[in-house]
Ligand binder design. Structure first.
Ligand code: FAD
Length: 278
């Protein structure tokens, strides 16, 4: 099986007291796997920056590394500056810098139009204080004019000062390795860590993947549909598929794995165990 590799786990800030209680347990289970860092989303699903910061601070206080996601879509330069200071004061030195999306496509853009502008601004304001992660899209961002334009947008983020990248989830390793090769050919040579989405709820996965332009290969989609309510079969199949995906990625040289945990620990833990990573 795969060689040991850095792993990281993504959470979203809990929205209810029950969600917070559940995340507390999940965090403890995942701490045991000694990840490189945790990241906490911002704004996704209507969450607020306060919840992101609070969750990050809890993880830091527990003695683990944590990075807030931070998006600039409708932020002013002054509010970004203030937020960066809050992060610095909280002892945070890693950020996932994103453009984000306007809620339901409405609203107005802030002073940073693209993630590359945000990355450049963070570097200008805080020099090398933050390790800056950016997002990237092996299967092409849904709003990109062309695949090449999307790759160029990624290379611009790297040039602006990104330290490493995390991909949108995918189940097609060719798309990932093609993206890595193309990025390298453009001189964008930072580590590109695959974002791994364990299949926990197939309906939710289909909906989410459609929205963010990630393809569920036909053979996976049809199998999942055929299983219907047979959760045991879905679980077995999904764990096999995602473990194989991770194994292929690491064997072929991916620099680590970033798990979209959906605030759940069971599937992620099982995949890591099967890969003998910890
Ligand atoms: P950008 O890199 O700015 O790209 C956005 C679009 O603009 C792309 O189509 C790109 O091709 C195009 N583009 C970029 N630069 C230019 C240019 N100069 N000229 C023309 N076109 C350009 N969303 C959240 O709300 N909260 C989160 O916490 C969150 N976490 C994420 C974590 C990861 C790892 C990833 C991959 C995505 C995450 N997202 C999150 C989703 C993300 O905000 C959306 O995908 C968003 O639409 C794009 O963000 P970006 O940072 O990739 O944008």
């Amino acid at each position: 099986m795969s060689k040991p590799a850095p792993i990281s786990f993504e959470f979203f800030p809990p929205k209810t007291p029950e969600g917070a209680k559940k995340l507390e347990q999940v965090r403890r289970e995942l701490y045991a796997l000694k990840p490189d860092f945790f990241s906490v989303t911002y704004g996704a699903g209507g969450s607020k920056q306060d919840g992101t910061l609070q969750t990050v601070q809890t993880i830091l206080a527990d003695g683990h590394r944590a990075a807030p996601h931070f998006s600039c879509i409708s932020a002013s330069a002054q509010s970004v500056r203030q937020q960066l200071q809050i992060f610095k004061d909280a002892g945070i030195n890693r950020i996932v810098a994103l453009r984000g999306d306007l809620p339901s496509g409405r609203g107005t853009f802030g002073e940073s139009r693209y993630a590359s502008d945000l990355v450049a601004f963070i570097r200008q304001e805080t020099a090398s204080h933050f390790h800056i992660e950016v997002g990237c899209y092996p299967e092409i961002h849904p709003q990109a004019k062309t695949a090449h334009a999307d790759l160029q947008a990624y290379a611009t983020k790297v040039k602006a000062g990104a330290s490493s990248a995390i991909t949108q989830h995918f189940y097609n390793t060719d798309a990932y390795f093609r993206f890595v090769d193309d990025a390298l050919a453009m001189g964008a040579d930072i580590p590109i860590v695959p974002g791994i989405m364990p299949i926990i709820n197939s309906t939710q996965l289909m909906r989410f993947s459609n929205a963010c332009g990630a393809e569920i290969p036909r053979w996976i989609r049809l199998r999942l549909q055929e299983f219907g309510d047979d959760t045991a079969s879905i679980r077995t199949f999904s764990l096999d598929v995602v473990t194989d995906l991770c194994d292929q990625l690491l064997t072929a040289g991916a620099p680590g794995l970033h798990f979209y945990t959906m605030n759940q620990s069971v599937a992620t833990t099982e995949i890591i165990k099967r890969l003998s990573l910890k």
